[in-house]
Design a protein around this ligand. Structure first.
Ligand code: FAD
Ligand code: NAD
Length: 551
């Protein structure tokens, strides 16, 4: 309501402004015409007859400029008013319906891609909805490597979950806690607040009628010694922040007076493990930081900074087309990023990594920082849940689900995103499509549940028959994934894209693809607030570069 009032006020202000602008223009034109007329009379008396007639093209030109001015003014005012209205609408949620004891309880575990897409599309009128996640926000992971080098501010890619849930029809309970155990027999979830500050109660068990399990995955370390202790990860926001600090710490330590050349080279050698999209994007971002900023602020060190990407497979980016793999490898070569393929990291030490190359020989390579981007594995809670349904959950890589995203072996648990295993890649695209599908599915499930409840109370056989027919009509369609293509940033203002267009695979790489990459992610961000913050950060970096201060 408040936002609507603001909008109406703004629209009337803009109308008044336009009117006064038009009046001012009219006054100015009348004054200048009369000045011209009177001038012609007072100056020579015969001047009027001497004034050459204006060519018709001049009048048309003036009319064109006037119209252009008006259209521009109206557009600017209209766009500003719309932007202000939308921002106010996001900022001021209205009243919500309270929980309804007659409705079923839907518990959603997680606040990532899957859970947030579900929440966005869910009609909360149908359920009492509870969201449980140790993070009270959604993280836009595709732009996380940009945060790690300071291209974007961390908060620009976060959206507090409450910014979404407070706009829903019915109240949604958001609990910042980690689910510790799911009991599929008694239909309960035990959760605990493991944050620094806790109240009197920090652990509880809640019942559910339906559970959406969307807790994602964690970084795979393969039990390689030293990874957990010495490497940085690139999965969560705190990983990106930690890496940024560590990177700048290495640079400042190398700048310490009296440091030997050998030690400088070690400190300034950055090793990225994993040639999947995360490792590639991060290496590209690191290279941009070096070229665009560090060369200016650390001119004596910049030439010593080295980036090495280590990949166990014969090539990087196995999920992209061959042309794009070759293009990426070429671009990295031009950017002085070393790619070591067919090379495994066997151990991470405090000041080095142990690599096993294609020749099978192990060698120790000194380095200042190791970033581990070697893929995903299931969380402990997921493994525990799967162990409770051993007959159906037989794949250790993740939860197996049916065509309707129902966890096999359970009627009431739905599993989506990276915590599952299927023919789909563990991507945001898959998780968000699964979330949107479930939002639609829960509408049908709610209708069916209501009809079944009515059926159980039916007094006549006719009524029962009619309701039974209606129940039978409420059928879920199986989940269908529609691949929209793959995009990745590779540094030097270049991106690569594999896009299915009219049933054909279309590949592209370069600066134009980079512009497409930016616009695609800008439009995928969930809120106007995030879009404005990210666009603002890109502008800031263009003007002033990245910040090299280390908190
Ligand atoms: P997540 O988004 O990881 O969400 C999991 C949620 O569960 C989180 O909110 C977490 O806090 C919560 N949680 C964890 N444990 C518990 C618990 N015990 N109880 C309750 N909640 C819990 N994919 C693309 O398609 N395109 C890209 O460009 C892309 N870029 C990426 C860049 C990076 C750096 C990374 C790391 C990934 C990228 N991905 C990309 C992959 C994408 O992020 C994942 O596939 C996606 O996040 C999966 O969504 P999800 O909902 O399953 O899990
Ligand atoms: P990934 O699984 O795609 O790649 C990890 C790579 O690390 C693999 O190629 C693997 O061979 C390598 N590796 C593993 N252990 C190693 C070792 N000891 N030594 C050397 N190399 C080793 O992981 P990711 O890049 O984090 O991506 C995870 C998921 O997120 C994927 O599905 C990916 O498609 C998606 N993602 C997509 C984008 C994008 O579309 N732009 C960006 C990031 C992530």
């Amino acid at each position: 309501m408040q936002a609507a009032r603001h909008h109406v006020r703004l629209m009337s202000m803009s109308r008044t402004l336009v009117r006064s602008h038009v009046h001012a223009q009219k006054r100015f034109l009348t004054a200048s015409t009369s000045r011209a007329q009177s001038g012609s009379v007072t100056s020579t008396g015969a001047a009027a007859s001497q004034t050459p007639p204006q060519p018709p093209s001049q009048g048309r030109w003036r009319y064109f400029l006037q119209t252009l001015g008006r259209v521009t003014l109206i557009t600017v005012i209209g766009a500003s008013a719309t932007f202000y209205y939308l921002a106010q609408k996001e900022k001021n949620p209205g009243p919500q319906l309270p929980f309804d004891p007659s409705k079923k309880t839907l518990v959603i575990l997680g606040s990532g891609w899957g859970a947030t897409s579900l929440l966005k599309g869910l009609d909360t009128n149908d359920y009492n909805t509870i969201v449980v996640s140790p993070k009270n926000f959604f993280l836009f992971t595709p732009l996380l490597p940009s945060v790690a080098v300071g291209t974007l501010n961390a908060r620009s890619i976060l959206q507090p979950t409450r910014y979404l849930t407070r706009h829903k029809k019915r109240q949604v309970l958001v609990i910042e806690a980690e689910a510790k155990e799911v009991d599929p027999v008694n239909k309960t979830v035990t959760l605990s607040d493991d944050s620094e500050i806790q109240g009197q109660i920090s652990s509880t068990t809640i019942p559910y009628d339906y559970l959406v399990y969307a807790v994602g995955a964690e970084t795979q370390t393969f039990g390689i010694p030293g990874v957990k202790e010495h490497a940085c990860f690139m999965k969560e926001l705190h990983d990106a922040e930690k890496m940024q600090k560590r990177f700048l710490d290495c640079v400042e330590s190398a700048a310490f007076p009296g440091q030997s050349d050998e030690e400088k080279d070690r400190l300034l050698h950055m090793v990225v493990v994993g040639g999947g999209p995360t490792g590639i994007e991060l290496s590209g971002e690191l290279r941009d930081f070096l070229e665009e900023d560090l060369k200016s602020w650390y001119p004596e060190l910049a030439s010593r900074i080295r980036i090495t990407l280590v990949e166990a497979l014969p090539n990087v980016l196995p999920s992209f087309s061959k042309e794009l793999i070759a293009y990426t490898e070429r671009t990295f070569k031009e950017s002085d990023i070393d790619i070591l393929t067919k090379t495994m990291v066997r151990k991470v030490n405090e000041k080095s990594v142990v690599l096993k190359g294609p020749d099978g020989v192990e060698r120790e390579v000194p380095c200042g920082m190791v970033v581990w981007a070697a893929g995903n594995t299931s969380r402990q809670i997921t493994r525990d849940l799967m162990a409770k349904l051993p007959e159906d959950q037989t794949n250790k890589r993740g939860i197996i689900f049916d065509d309707y995203l129902r966890m096999k072996g359970s009627r009431d648990i739905f599993a989506i995103g990276d915590c599952t295993t299927s023919s789909y890649a563990p991507t945001a695209q898959v998780a968000s499509q699964q979330g949107s599908y479930l939002a639609r599915a829960f509408k049908i499930i709610a209708q069916k549940d209501k009809l079944e409840a009515d059926l159980s109370r039916a007094e006549t056989s006719e009524e029962a028959e009619k309701l039974k027919k209606q129940v039978d009509k409420q059928k879920l369609k199986p989940f269908h994934y529609s691949h929209q293509g793959s995009l990745a940033y590779i540094g030097s203002d270049k991106a690569i894209a594999d896009l299915p267009i009219f049933g054909r695979e279309w590949t592209s790489g370069g600066v134009a693809t980079f512009m497409f990459w930016r616009s695609a992610y800008l439009s995928t961000l969930f809120s106007l607030r995030n879009r404005s913050l990210v666009a603002g950060d890109w502008m800031r970096v263009k003007l002033w570069g990245r910040d090299v201060s280390r908190e």
